[in-house]
Each structure stands twice: as C-alpha cells, then as structure tokens.
Design a protein around this ligand. Structure first.
Ligand SMILES: Cc1ncc(COP(=O)(O)O)c(C=O)c1O
Length: 387
C-alpha cells in the first residue's frame, strides 16, 4: 500500500527507540546504568495525583472544551503573567496532550510548503520532523560548543532567507542544557522583529535552572516580541507528569483560534481528570517542585565535576534541564559506535548525539539516582580510558 508522502520520509523518534535496548537488557536481569532518560525519575507529587483521583471519583469523566477547561486556562494565563511576565488571555491559551502536541499544533497552524523554519542545532529531535510533516523545510543553524551551544543573533541573521517563517528557541534546552540570557534573547528577538519572523519558544524545562541562572521568556521582552511569539510549556518535566500527557501554549489570537480548530478535529482535548491534576499542580504548594529541582542540581554538580575532569572529553556546564552534551570527538568514534560499545562493554546507556544532529557528542541525562550516576560514571571513565 502506498503511504502518503507526508509520512513516507518520517523517521520514528530515535530517543524512544534507543531507550528500548537498555530497557530490555534490564528486563533480562543485566546490570545497566541508564543515562538515556528524557523524563524525571521522581513520581508525580501526591497532591496532584489526589486531585485527579478526586476528579475521577466525582465523575469528571466527560468531554471538556477542546482547548482545555476554563479553570485550567485561567490558571495558565495567571501562571504566564506571574512567572514569566507574559500577557496571554485565557482565550489565547490552548491545553494539549503534552508540550509535544503543543509544538506540533503551533507548527501545523503556521507553517506550510515553501516556508523555512530555523532550528538551532543540536536540537530536540521532534522539531525537524514536525516541520517536515507541515510540508515546510527545517533549516539547521549550527551552534558552537564554545558558545555553550547557543545560537547568536548573528548566526540567526546569517541563516535567514526570504522564506524564513519561524525560529525555534528551546531554553533551557534539550540536549544541551543551555539557557539563554536576557541579553542573548533580546538580540535574537530584535532580529525576529525586524524581519517579522515567528518565534516558537519551547520552555518545557523552565523550572529546572541551577545556581543563579534565570529563565527568561523571550515573549516577555517587548510588546513586539510578544506578538510574534508562541510560548510552549507543560507539566511533564517540572511536575514529573510525563505520562499524564499535558502541555500548553500561549499564542497570538488568530494562531490560538486556528489551533483550537485543529485540535478539536484531531485529539478533541486533553484528558478531563488529568486537567484537574494539572490545575492542582499550578495552584498548589510548589515545595515538591523546588525539592526536585534541588535534587537535580546536586546531580548536575556531581556529574559535571566528574565529566569535566575526564581526559579527551569536553562539556560546557549546563545551566538547566537535566542533560549534558559531552564532546567525544577526540576519541575517534562516531556517536553511535561509541554508545553501542559503551552499552555492550560497560553496561552504560547514553544517547548518541547523531539523534540531535551532532555526531561528535553523546547525551547523558541525570534524571536518575546519585548512586546510579556514581556507578555509571566510574564505568564510563574506565571505558573512555580503554577506547
Ligand atoms: C525540548 C522538549 N520539548 C518538548 C518535549 C515534550 O514534552 P511533553 O512530554 O510534555 O510532550 C520534550 C520531551 O522530551 C522536550 O525535550
């Protein structure tokens, strides 16, 4: 049977499939230290689960409005204002089945054949595929390790063409952990404003920033930047709610209306009782969230300290998220070769950077216990010495 052109060149999510091998090794009783995780190892805080359970028991099990319940959209609008300095009315907020669907909706509603979308590389691997599904063309903007893997305004300007429709900013970033400063975002926003380019700002790792690093929403920098920005966020990473599938975005009016229609004909709306949990997450005590962040910081500090002292590797100190992108270029192996050998010889699972557009790097996630991090890094160090 002939498949549609839209899906025939599509590749499955590499991180999801790469994750399968170490998982099956663990299921077979093998001792694997996993640094591949793209999700917090913590459980969802109890008060959030209780709110969803109460909603189920109260019979909150029917369809909701397509863009989410009014109370949740209001809570998100308040959150955008209080945490991020963003003015999105509830009608400009769309709740979806994860930040992934929010990004997908945003790209589908705005991009089409003939358009180019600029994606700083290394990148989260779903962006280019989403752009391709929309019939548009991803254009990769190579970033440099010595710039902390961040796109400069100059890189942005140089990559632009008359067909550029959108630029994607992901801060804190996956796979790099890079966090853009206010000044860096201002310079990027100025270029976007000058050329009237939409900004898709994926802020899913917002709450996971360390030391004195500050998360800035690019859409908060000026009224002009706000009018061009679609701000994506969600519950997966900050609230340890990956399986709940809940994300959201704020967008200019016309784009929000288009996404509302798009979603109403695809997934209808996100799960009703999960939305009750999400409302509790946003409006409840945030202590559990900052406790998780503190634990991530301890792990980041430990992992960075170890990796930065290992010979023949380089790694910029990430300001956020829960990943480190390690340059293995000097060891003379491709990222896939390195990762395969590391898994089979040392029982350590990492993600090859080729999945994110850079074959000289590997990604280590510290969304796992400090004990596993210590044991895994001992093995990792021995393996690197033997290469
Ligand atoms: C940069 C980035 N954006 C979006 C997502 C998707 O998040 P969600 O689980 O809410 O769909 C991820 C998940 O890995 C991510 O890394």
């Amino acid at each position: 049977m002939e498949l549609s052109e839209r899906v025939s060149s599509l590749s499955p999510s590499l991180t999801l499939s790469i994750d399968r091998k170490p998982k099956s090794m663990i299921a077979n009783g093998q001792d694997v230290c996993g640094f591949g995780a793209g999700e917090p190892d913590f459980d969802t805080p109890e008060f959030i689960k209780k709110a969803a359970i109460a909603a189920l028991e109260a019979g909150f099990t029917k369809y909701t409005p397509s863009s989410g319940t009014p109370e949740l959209r209001q809570a998100i609008s308040d959150k955008f204002k209080n945490d991020n300095g963003l003015n999105y009315k509830p009608s400009q907020v769309i709740v979806s089945n994860g930040a992934k669907q929010s990004c997908f909706n945003a790209i589908m509603a705005t991009c089409q054949p003939g358009d180019e979308v600029l994606i700083p590389s290394p990148y989260w691997l779903s962006y280019p595929e989403m752009v391709r599904i929309a019939g548009a063309e991803p254009v990769f903007v190579e970033t440099k390790e010595e710039n902390g893997w961040k796109m400069t305004a100059e890189d942005f300007e140089n990559a632009m063409s008359p067909r550029t429709k959108m630029v994607i900013i992901n801060s804190p970033g996956n796979p790099t952990g890079a966090v853009y400063t206010r000044e860096e975002l201002e310079a990027i926003a100025n270029v976007a404003i000058e050329e009237e380019i939409l900004i898709l700002s994926d802020e899913i790792y917002e709450k996971l920033v360390y030391d004195d690093v500050e998360h800035i929403s690019i859409g908060s920098l000026s009224a002009e930047a706000h009018d061009l920005t679609i701000t994506v966020n969600g519950f997966s990473k900050s609230y340890a709610m990956t399986g709940w599938r809940l994300g959201y975005l704020g967008a200019p009016d016309a784009i929000a209306r288009a996404m509302d229609s798009l979603q109403s004909h695809s997934t209808s709306h996100p799960c009703s009782f999960a939305q009750k949990g999400a409302f509790a997450a946003l409006t409840g005590d945030q202590q559990a969230i900052s406790d998780m962040r503190d634990e991530f910081q301890v792990r980041r500090d430990y992992m960075y300290d170890r990796l930065s002292k290992m010979p023949n590797l380089t790694v910029p100190k990430p300001g956020g998220a829960f990943y480190m992108l390690v340059n293995i270029g000097r060891l003379g192996l491709t990222s896939t070769n390195f990762s395969d050998r590391l898994l089979s010889k040392a029982g350590v699972a990492v993600v090859p950077g080729v999945a994110f557009g850079d074959d000289k790097t590997i990604r280590l996630s510290y969304a796992t216990s400090l004990d596993i991090i210590k044991k895994g890094l001992d093995r990792f160090e021995d393996f690197c010495r033997s290469v």
